[in-house]
Design a protein around this ligand. Sequence first.
Ligand code: OGA
Ligand code: NI
Length: 373
Amino acid sequence: MSNLLQLQNQDWPEPIVRVQSLSQSGSFVLPPTYIKPPSERPCHNSLQTNEVGDIPLIDLSGFDDEALGGGISDAVGKACKEWGFFQVVNHGVSPRLMRAAKAAWREFFYSPQEVKEEYANSPNTYEGYGSRLGVKKGAVLDWSDYFFLHYRPHSLKDHKKWPAYPSSCREETEEYNRELVNLCGKIMKILSVTLGLGEKYLQECFGGEDIGACLRVNYYPKCPQPDLTLGISPHSDPGGITVLLPDDQVPGLQVRKGDSWVTVKPVSDAFIVNIGDQIQILSNGIYRSVEHRVIVNSGKERFSLAFFYNPRSDLLIQPSKLLVTPERPAMYQPMTFDEYRLYIRTRGPQGKAQILDSLKSTSNSTPPCNNMG
Ligand code: OGA
Ligand code: NI
């Protein structure tokens, strides 16, 4: 059976249990479904954060008048090659809106269970309230609940699928998403210029105005035994770029750097930006979509809003001709984002995916590759 048929015919392989309800049960032990094998636990082999430093912090305040020439582009290019991640401040999105969106979503997760269950999702589209990624029966699960919704293309946006409670949620989310599309447009220009492709090039590859965009709100409840599990397993993001509004009180996101996991220190009112697999493909491996994961803790819950900016889903994405040379042949075969994400939705987060490897058109060495959504 094809992946598509498998997904269309399928519901979750096991009854869904809300992580929030497990957390609230007050148990001091972690249910076995969430216990990772020792080699995948947070403490295994992790080195000290300060040995490798922090992800770069970039001030976008000069963006409009700088004509994309100088410091910002250089800093972004370096960050995309070395880390695949950076934080941005003075990004133009109002801190009021960032707080309001987060507050609305916190209220949604605090609302009665039956209110949330009206939005329970299925693996066909993942839209709505969910507690797992991937449909593999018997998989070890991650310690998080989430809400996933579409914003672009317009045809997939459906406010009725967004929470009606709290009453501000749809409006704040609409405004937040609109601002985030703008911000992603700016970041796309910077990435494009830095790759030597001209300001509009990457955006055109994504379909111009017809991009895809979705929001996933992640909720990581308090965990009785945080050393045995993860909030999200290692993965790279399958799409174009991700703009994450982290919890500014509680760290949790860890980024892979060589053999170590670097815990990102939240900066107030900043966003965390990372490169997804589609930009890795378009840039012919010059920019890297880097593996990351989330750790949880017993004392504090954590919320984050992950905004995914993606190519139009039926366009073939392949290494830009301008970045393919005899010395650097095309590293990936063309594939649409629709085809690509099907793999990830079927498999769930599994490190940086075999899928990028399987797309390789030569045996050239690139960074190892993984995914999810
Ligand atoms: C994601 C993700 C990180 C976080 O949603 O893809 O990596 O800190 N989230 O919640
Ligand atoms: Ni991610």
